[in-house]
Write a protein that binds this ligand. Structure first.
Ligand SMILES: *Cc1c(COP(=O)(O)O)cnc(C)c1O
Length: 367
């Protein structure tokens, strides 16, 4: 069996040392020392300020909407946020869950990120925010998006779940927007089993979010505002600290896997056009086939040999019936979603296994 991704597991002895510390201190959660240490180390590694660790990437989005006032329903109309239909369901469902109506704008056919022209066309008097996704770690047109937001006084929350460590023009991609969120789910490039983080532009938003993730409690007998539980615990942080030590080896191995795919797969398979100013983190290996029939034939061929390729992201979210489907058809997103497959990428993927994957793809293509 070759899965589409495999969680990276750290050196067991190193993990045990962290666990020994947790047993000694018996401090398991509520902003413990390992959570504090991981916060510092991630700020340093990612070169950002105002980073807040949370229990998962979905709550990272929800807390960001709340901290920035996007989700406040103190008006008569439902607040709206413009987002992409070509993403994991959590980007849109987290908005809906917070009482914000996701309004889809279509993606660019080459970068597969939100098309700024479509964003501007989707703005209504109820629009409060733009929630773009750096899909597969590819930087959105952050400069165009931030300028649209400034012109229309909108907040921007980047779902950067795929963009761990990506740099843009010499700084962190996470420094764009009012906030950027990360997912540290086990399947992601860097993980804490379950987990996530928010990087805020402004310190006061971070301070508000710190209250929100701990029930709004600010002192032993003081509850200041409506909050929820979104805290990361010490075991999650221990995993993160171990993996951060090994991140270079992980990135290196993935880069080699990606390079081999690029060398062996035919150029007739469409690749994502990367933003020229952004670095690459090798998190995913998406390829777009000429037709849906061809993509499905290859997927079937691979699965006959125990190899999983996933239809990320299918269906296009404007076709999902959760009160988020849109009247306007997102043609580009639907088209890419119908023809895309993500191929297996993980640090341990052997050259031999990768050869079989490539052979099965060529076979499925009739080459
Ligand atoms: C993984 C992911 C999320 C959700 O993160 P969890 O940590 O699983 O809650 C949100 N958005 C995108 C784009 C993702 O890939």
């Amino acid at each position: 069996m070759i899965p589409v991704t495999k969680p990276y597991l750290p050196d067991r002895e190193k993990l045990n040392k962290y666990l020994d510390g947790i047993y000694e201190r018996q401090w398991l959660t509520n902003n413990g020392p390992l959570v504090q240490e991981l916060t510092r180390r991630l700020e340093e590694y990612l070169r950002v300020d105002n980073l807040l660790l949370v229990s998962n990437g979905t709550l990272a989005l929800q807390i960001a909407y709340r901290a920035l006032g996007i989700a406040d329903s103190n008006r008569y109309s439902t607040p709206e946020a413009i987002t992409t239909p070509f993403t994991f369901i959590a980007t849109a469902s987290s908005l809906k869950w917070e009482g914000v109506q996701p309004v889809f704008a279509d993606i660019d056919p080459e970068s597969w990120c939100l098309n700024p022209v479509e964003i501007e066309a989707a703005i209504t008097p109820n629009t409060r925010a733009i929630v773009p996704v750096h899909v597969f770690g590819n930087a959105c047109d952050v400069e165009a998006i931030d300028s649209i937001a400034a012109r229309h006084s909108l907040k921007v929350v980047y779902d950067a779940s795929h963009a761990f460590g990506v740099r843009f023009k010499q700084q962190s991609l996470l420094s764009y927007g009012d906030a950027a969120t990360l997912s540290f789910h086990a399947t992601k490039l860097f993980h804490t089993i379950e987990g996530g983080a928010i990087v805020f532009k402004h310190k006061e938003d971070l301070e508000r979010a710190k209250k929100l993730i701990n029930f709004g409690i600010t002192g032993p007998e003081r509850i200041e505002e409506l909050g929820i539980n979104a805290k990361m615990n010490e075991f999650q942080a221990a995993m993160g600290l171990c993996l951060l030590d090994e991140i270079e080896a992980n990135l290196h191995a993935r880069a080699a896997v990606k390079a081999r795919y690029d060398e062996c797969l035919p150029s007739s398979l469409q690749r994502q056009k990367r933003h020229a100013e952004a670095s690459v983190n090798h998190a995913y290996m998406p390829v777009v086939f000429e037709s849906e029939t061809q993509a499905l034939a290859v997927k079937k061929r691979l699965s006959e040999f125990g190899i999983t390729a996933r239809r990320y992201f299918y269906p296009s979210l404007d076709q999902v019936n959760l009160g988020i489907s849109s009247e306007k058809s997102m043609c580009v997103s639907r088209d890419i979603a119908s023809r895309i497959l993500c191929l297996p990428v993980y640090a341990e993927l052997s050259e031999l296994d990768q050869k079989s994957i490539v052979n099965m793809i060529l076979n499925g293509l009739g080459l």
